[in-house]
Design a protein around this ligand. Structure first.
Ligand SMILES: Cc1ncc(C[n+]2csc(CCOP(=O)(O)OP(=O)(O)O)c2C)c(N)n1
Ligand code: SF4
Length: 278
């Protein structure tokens, strides 16, 4: 593995002259996830050809366009279906899926729970900014109750999904939550998610000041990063809090880690056991 650090490392994995300048607003957290994804793949010593990044549509989906791996920029909500096919056909490929909260839990919610239930060996990075960023700030399944969006100008009346609870209940092998403020921890979670067999989910809390922050009294993107710093705490610390204090904080860390074989492993084993194999 070549020893590179920081910006030099990131640049090594970008598609220069093809896809830049990027579309992200100033202060958007999605670019931080891009850096974390690159560092994680580099840290695992994977070659570019061994990795396939699959994305849906959304600001988050742009990540697939910027990185110099095998990439597939699919349709909104369907990234996991493409990823499932790729992993079944090429079980040795490290398939990483990048989705927004709308992409993964609204239109793609059905695919998310079934990918977890099947335990297909892909790693899903869910960039949760609590809003539909790309299309103008409509509410998503993770827009918190009471908060404002383009489609909930008087406050969101519905309950919101907890991505970690959803994916844990649906039986994913690996479920973690990190943030774009706690970057070193995020790098580790992504590396562990990729290394773990079966379906892995890393929910990543990331600010969208343009579509969510401004409507919810965050003066600047920096205020949103400060909130992540203050309110998101390690699961061990969180578990020691009173119920009243828990309501003010968000736990982060690794919530589920199992080593059940992925669907593709079971399938190829079954095929090998059948007459003639595949
Ligand atoms: C089938 C389909 N329905 C709707 C859209 C419009 N659309 C594009 S991106 C998007 C939501 C993006 O929000 P999210 O997935 O949370 O990602 P973000 O932009 O916040 O990163 C929607 C509704 C589409 N492209 N295709
Ligand atoms: S609209 Fe939001 S999610 Fe999209 S690039 Fe801007 S800050 Fe990021």
């Amino acid at each position: 593995m070549v020893d590179m650090k920081g910006t030099q490392l990131i640049h090594e994995y970008l598609r220069h002259n093809k896809k830049f300048p990027h579309v992200f607003c100033a202060g958007c957290g999605h670019g931080i996830v891009l850096g974390s994804l690159i560092r994680s793949i580099h840290g695992l010593g994977l070659s570019k050809d061994e990795v396939c990044v699959v994305a849906g549509i959304g600001c988050s989906g742009r990540l697939a366009a910027y990185v110099d791996f095998n990439t597939v920029h699919t349709t909104h909500g369907r990234a996991l279906t493409f990823a499932t096919g790729i992993k079944m056909a090429k079980p040795g490929m490290h398939v990483i899926v990048v989705m927004g909260d709308g992409d993964s839990m609204a239109i793609g919610g059905n695919h998310l729970i079934h990918a977890a239930r099947r335990n297909i060996g892909v790693t899903a990075l869910i960039l949760n900014n609590n809003i539909y960023g790309m299309t103008g700030g409509q509410c998503s399944p993770t827009t918190p109750s009471g908060s404002f969006s383009m489609t909930t100008p008087m406050g969101q009346m519905e309950q919101s999904f907890d991505c970690v609870e959803l994916c844990s209940a649906a039986k994913a092998n690996y479920v973690a939550r990190g943030t774009v403020f706690h970057v070193k921890k995020l790098d580790k979670m992504i590396m562990d998610g990729i290394s773990n067999p079966g379906f892995g989910v890393v929910e990543i809390l990331t600010p969208c000041h343009t579509q969510y922050g401004r409507k919810n009294k965050y003066k600047t993107p920096v205020d949103m990063y400060k909130t992540l710093k203050k309110d998101v705490i390690d699961i061990d610390r969180y578990n020691k809090l009173s119920e009243a204090d828990k309501a003010k904080k968000v736990p982060s860390g690794v919530f589920v880690q199992k080593d059940e074989p992925g669907l593709e492993e079971k399938f190829y084993e079954m095929a090998a056991n059948c007459q003639g194999g595949l």
